[in-house]
Write a protein that binds this ligand. Structure first.
Ligand SMILES: Cc1cc2nc3c(=O)[nH]c(=O)nc-3n(C[C@H](O)[C@H](O)[C@H](O)COP(=O)(O)OP(=O)(O)OC[C@H]3O[C@@H](n4cnc5c(N)ncnc54)[C@H](O)[C@@H]3O)c2cc1C
Ligand code: SF4
Length: 512
């Protein structure tokens, strides 16, 4: 047995009761009598979590993961639909029905192998993918029970088998014989990691160039430890290294070397650009340059990558201790910032969002967790200006109240300011989390590469850019998107790159 009850889990059902239920269901299934109605009657398995009060004071992971009994019970809820609509909802088409079926059988190795056919980072995706608007939204169980939160918990099951795999001794993927071709991967986010792994497997010499001092992209510097433990990302990076991928950090392509130099002078035959969308947007209101105003990027990077939560003891870049924090925005980045501020010791954390909770782009689970941890939601409000004292430090934020008007281009109702509704909230820190844009560096230093009006690289369906031998994917192409979409594009780009390199090798050989 792999699962035991977690010490801080907050569940009503005892492990004994669960074990008994599982045995009854398995016996019924083995006798051929487990019907659809029996499966639909199995209670959805809640994931054990750290208690809300305890987790306000630590950065450890909130969700603790299923026990073995829970995983098998949850898997038995799956109806093994012939058409498997869940797969349609998955951006990388994981064989969900089959892997969930394998968990129900207790064959976890098979389940993991099935997932890995399409996803290289299951321990990450099982934790951070927005399943409730992807695979789980389409799940027949959720639709039958008329509640998407009662769909089969595909993400939690993915996480369960991925964690078992991580704890075992996973084999390093095989690498083909050397091709003599050199590939540069720019950026070490999920797209870059997948592209590097797939290119290396084909036998190319692969080097990742990363601007920061640690590889992993947003998974390391953006998404906090309490949602995605960094050890998971480190392990994936370690696997890449064991495969022979070279990783060079503190290397800014466009500054240290340009793409043209990498290709013409340093001998790289193909390049994948996966530099993400790391340029924070600001509100352009009075007071945004006061001391105590951060972009979410800066705040989260200081907290995650530079260990600011240690407040100087071992922190590369310490962070000021805030007492009253306003976070502006309603997406995952805003929730991550607010929940990080709680953990860094703020007494009050206000989340200011100009629409209602219904329109919030953040995952429902993150909103729920933020509320549990004491973040105070200020909805239908938006900053008009930030006020400072004589020394230029933030002392308050002035907001306007809003109401919802007609839907805008995004389909969401447009927030309309109510004139004369200004009011102030006393704060010492303001974190702006209203979105990210593409960093212009690659654009400024790569003539010949085509971009759209938002600064995203234009690619075809195989992630080929306008430059021969240059491929791109992830947020720099899609705008701020998701881990799984970046991974999916990394894979598509690597396949096209491998084909391109095979062709190039052939042409080179014929020319000799
Ligand atoms: C706070 C936060 C929370 C999020 N939460 C979720 C979530 O819950 N679920 C989800 O699916 N998605 C989430 N996302 C989005 C997700 O993380 C991104 O969509 C995904 O990481 C994009 O991957 P990518 O491969 O494009 O590269 P990124 O992860 O963006 O990494 C790009 C890398 O390129 C490096 N780089 C940039 N410029 C250069 C250069 N010139 N030279 C060398 N290196 C360079 C950067 O330092 C970075 O390491 C979140 C994003 C943020 C910011
Ligand atoms: S849609 Fe739901 S019930 Fe049907 S196969 Fe997929 S996970 Fe199972």
């Amino acid at each position: 047995m792999v699962g035991t009850a977690h010490p801080t889990e907050t569940l009503a059902v005892t492990p004994e009761e669960r074990r008994k239920l599982l045995q009854e269901l398995l016996a019924k299934r083995n006798a051929g009598g487990l019907k659809t109605k029996d499966r639909l009657a199995i209670p959805p398995q809640e994931i054990p979590e750290q208690d809300a009060d305890a987790r306000r004071r630590n950065v450890s992971e909130v969700a603790l993961g299923y026990t073995e009994e829970q995983a098998r019970l949850e898997a038995l809820r799956c109806l093994q639909c012939k058409n498997a609509p869940c797969i349609e909802g998955c951006p990388v088409r994981i064989r969900i029905r089959d892997f969930v079926g394998a968990i129900a059988e207790g064959d976890y190795r098979k389940a993991l192998d099935l997932i890995k056919e399409n996803s290289l980072l299951p321990a990450v995706c099982g934790r951070v993918c927005p399943q409730e608007v992807q695979c789980q939204e389409k799940c027949t169980v959720g639709l039958s029970l008329k509640d998407v939160s009662k769909a089969v918990s595909i993400g939690r099951l993915e996480r369960f088998v991925a964690d078992l795999g991580r704890n075992g001794s996973a084999a390093v993927p095989a690498v083909a014989a050397p091709t003599g071709m050199k590939v540069a991967i720019i950026g070490s986010g999920p797209g870059g990691i997948v592209a590097a792994a797939d290119a290396r497997r084909a036998g190319h010499e692969v080097t990742i160039f990363e601007a920061f001092h640690k590889p992993g992209g947003v998974m390391v510097y953006g998404i906090p430890e309490f949602r995605l433990p960094k050890a998971i990302v480190r392990q994936e990076i370690e696997t890449l290294k064991q495969m022979g991928v070279k990783i060079i950090t503190n290397f800014i392509v466009g500054r240290t070397r340009t793409i043209e130099q990498l290709m013409k002078e340093d001998g790289f035959d193909a390049v994948y650009i996966g530099v993400g969308a790391g340029l924070p947007s600001f509100m352009n209101v009075e007071g945004e340059s006061l001391v105590g105003v951060y972009s979410a990027n800066e705040y989260l990077t200081r907290a995650n990558l530079m260990k600011a939560y240690q407040f100087g003891a071992g922190a590369d870049t310490p962070i000021a201790r805030s007492k009253r924090v306003a976070v502006v925005g309603g997406g995952n980045v805003a929730m991550d910032s607010a929940r990080t501020a709680v953990r860094l010791g703020a007494e009050k954390v206000y989340l200011i969002y100009r629409r209602t909770e219904k329109e919030m782009p953040a995952r429902v689970e993150e909103v729920h967790h933020a509320k549990q941890e004491g973040v105070e939601f200020h909805l239908l409000q938006n900053p008009k200006r930030i006020l400072g004292d004589v020394n230029g430090n933030v002392v308050a934020i002035e907001c306007l109240r809003y109401e919802l008007g007609e839907p805008d281009a995004s389909g969401r109702r447009r927030p309309v300011a109510i004139p004369g509704s200004e009011f102030q909230i006393e704060v010492d820190t303001v974190i702006i989390a209203i979105g990210n844009l593409a960093n212009p560096l690659i654009r400024q230093t790569t003539p010949g590469l085509e971009f759209n009006k938002w600064g995203n690289i234009i690619v075809d369906e195989n992630c080929r850019t306008s430059m021969t031998g240059v491929f791109a994917g992830g947020d720099i192409v899609l705008g701020a998107a998701t881990v799984i979409l970046a991974m999916g594009q990394g894979r598509i780009a690597a396949a096209a790159m491998n084909e391109y390199l095979a062709q190039k090798k052939l042409t080179r050989r014929n020319a000799v």
